[in-house]
Write a protein that binds this ligand. Structure first.
Ligand code: GDP
Ligand code: MN
Length: 383
């Protein structure tokens, strides 16, 4: 579960991290009132669960309450990366001299939390990792010893902070780690942590990912869940009982079983293609669910070919085939379709698919199916 910036920052603040004074508004009028209370310039920030809000026009500086009202009105009407903006955070504008990155993630290979700091704050850490990896300093946190003072000192020196900022940096780093632990987070991040004109440190952005498996331990957090966390596609998939993750490739995959879905994606890559999605239609998939799945896949304009890889066990191939035909009535595919049906009722399944007006490319093994899908996506095999 992702937390909003304002939620993350409040949790950090509860653990001693300094944040700007601010409040959340749902309407422009409310934004104006908050700006009046804060006094002076305020920054109006869209609260959506995606990064890069600044570039998308979702963060604006207002000099006075009237401007805050106007900008809040504009931002509240935006949709950022598919998510509608329903709330804006109004923060006292900070006097920013320098932007730092500070974050904690879990290093699964080492089974440890790792704290990372960089003097290149404000930009995404993945970008820094690509362009200037030496600018990222890391310390590994021992779960029994916790985050030690010498480690935060190492980070503070590593990113070039001044000596009189070391103590404040340590307090913030410790607060971030305590928040990370207290809420079973998989990521806790302040980007940017800024150095102000007075040389103070201030967390102007915050991000937290909470391990969904630990949510039962945090009923207070479960209430923070945002209905707009998912895109409309993801929500539709979840409501239909599908595990669906959209990716950037060109081959749409419809598979039953998470393991088979992973294997299908791997083999597509092996033969030089890129999967457009991860999709597990689940066991015993009914026609209706299959139809929803196919509609979601074909809604993606990047999809150049679709691969159906169904292994019939509890799921019956004829049921899946019926779902595919139902979906064809609704969405007319314009891309080649490759099918591999094996297992329970595969004969019946194939007979059903033969009735379709669409020419389906069939394959008997996963390797052949993947090769054909890759060729079809390149236009070297037509449906
Ligand atoms: P993100 O783009 O979604 O990560 O949003 P951030 O909260 O990190 O804001 C993006 C950028 O806006 C920051 O890196 C800052 O450069 C700028 N920014 C954010 N808050 C303030 C502020 O209070 N004052 C000023 N001058 N700039 C800010
Ligand atoms: Mn940020």
């Amino acid at each position: 579960m992702k937390l909003h910036e304002y939620q993350s920052k409040r949790l950090f603040a509860a653990h001693g991290v300094p944040i700007p004074k601010g409040e959340v508004a749902k309407t422009p009028e409310e934004a104006r009132r908050i700006a009046e209370e804060l006094g002076g310039a305020v920054i109006v920030k869209s609260q959506v669960l995606v990064g890069g809000r600044g570039k998308a026009g979702g963060i604006k500086l207002a000099q006075n309450p009237a401007e805050a009202e106007q900008l809040a009105g504009e931002i509240l009407g935006l949709e950022i990366k598919g998510l509608p903006v329903r709330k804006v955070l109004l923060d006292e504008a900070a006097d920013i001299k320098k932007e730092i990155y500070l974050g904690i993630v879990i290093d699964r290979a080492n089974r440890r939390a790792v704290m990372m700091a960089s003097s290149e704050g404000g930009v995404e850490i993945e970008e820094v990792a690509r362009s200037n990896p030496d600018a990222i300093k890391k310390v590994t946190i021992d779960p029994f010893l916790g985050l030690r003072g010498f480690q935060t000192l190492e980070l503070a020196k590593g990113i070039g902070l001044a000596i009189d900022q070391f103590r404040a940096f340590d307090r913030i780093a410790q607060g971030l780690y305590q928040s990370f632990l207290a809420y079973d987070a998989s990521l806790a991040e302040i980007n940017p942590l800024v150095v102000t004109g007075e040389g103070e440190l201030l967390a102007v952005d915050g991000k937290m990912l909470i391990d969904d498996n630990a949510l039962f331990r945090h009923p207070d957090l479960a209430e923070m869940r945002d209905v707009d966390e998912e895109t409309s596609t993801e929500r539709e998939a979840r409501e239909a009982g599908l595990s669906y993750v959209q990716l950037d490739g060109e081959i749409g995959c419809m598979v039953n079983g998470a393991g088979l879905a992973m294997a299908t994606m791997d083999i597509i890559k092996h033969f030089g293609g890129e999967p457009a999605n991860f999709l597990d239609i689940g066991g015993g998939a009914k026609a209706e669910r299959v139809a929803t799945a196919l509609r979601l896949i074909l809604d993606d304009p990047n999809v150049k070919a679709v691969l159906f890889n169904i292994f019939g066990g509890i799921t019956r191939c004829d049921e899946v085939a019926r779902g595919i035909l139902t979906a064809f009535e609704e969405v007319k595919p314009t891309v080649p379709l490759v099918t591999r049906l094996v297992g329970t009722n595969e004969e019946e399944g194939r007979e059903i698919l033969d009735q379709s007006d669409y020419h389906l490319i069939t394959a008997s093994t996963l390797a052949k199916a993947a090769q054909k899908a890759v060729a079809a996506a390149k236009g070297e095999l037509s449906g």
